[in-house]
Design a protein around this ligand. Sequence first.
Ligand code: BGC
Length: 259
Amino acid sequence: MTENTPDTVAVGIDIGGTGIKGAIVDVTTGELLTERKKLATPEGGRPDDIAQTVLQLVDSLGEIPAAAQVGICFPAVVRHGVTMSAANVSKKWIGFEAEKLFEKELGRDITFVNDADAAGFGEVKYGAAKGRGGLIIVTTLGTGIGTALIYNGVLIPNAELGHLEIEGVDYETKAAYSAKEREDLSWKKWAARLQKYYDQLQKLFSPDLFIVGGGVSKNFEEFIPLLDLSTEIVPATLRNNAGILGAACLSTMKTTFLE
Ligand code: BGC
């Protein structure tokens, strides 16, 4: 790590409902400089417990250059460091000064962002849409549906399009990967729901590209070919590292503009 100047080195932490992952990364190349470490999300997902687990994770990464930035992503709407919602974590996060809590716990400045925004930004900076312009919608299909909107390299944060209402329901409850598992849906039946979801996004936004992320994207051959869309749709390529890389990268930037 010594050959890297501090401003190219950052820490990325990805907090989820079941696990918290992190690594030190080189933000110019998108390369992980340490092994990716993972700890279980503490039961109940309460702020203090999660903050302590993050501290433990950061400590396990080894020596971090003093000037290195730290980016943390989390499954909630995040406005100016305050979490405005809570998906699969304690409701205590709603209206909570999250960025401040982590800054206190880690003893340094951090950048706190939505998990899908981080993963989406990571894919556009280093992964499936590297170097692409236009309007890109990144969707992460997991416990919920996370979305990121990136237009010509500018991230428009907190899109929350997983909660589009279709047929009178919050469609995340029908089309997230957790719905497939919960209802034991075949790939075909699940793809029929995804078809409705992406049709709606296509109608509302006319994007240039959809990227499909989340753990299930490794099985993309099972469902992406079943979708009939005029918009190009491709699997994410960074897999489990997307949130880490995106959060790390965003922490080194003054704006959400991709240079
Ligand atoms: C939340 C989003 C989050 C997504 C993926 C949704 O339920 O509302 O904020 O990005 O899940 O974790």
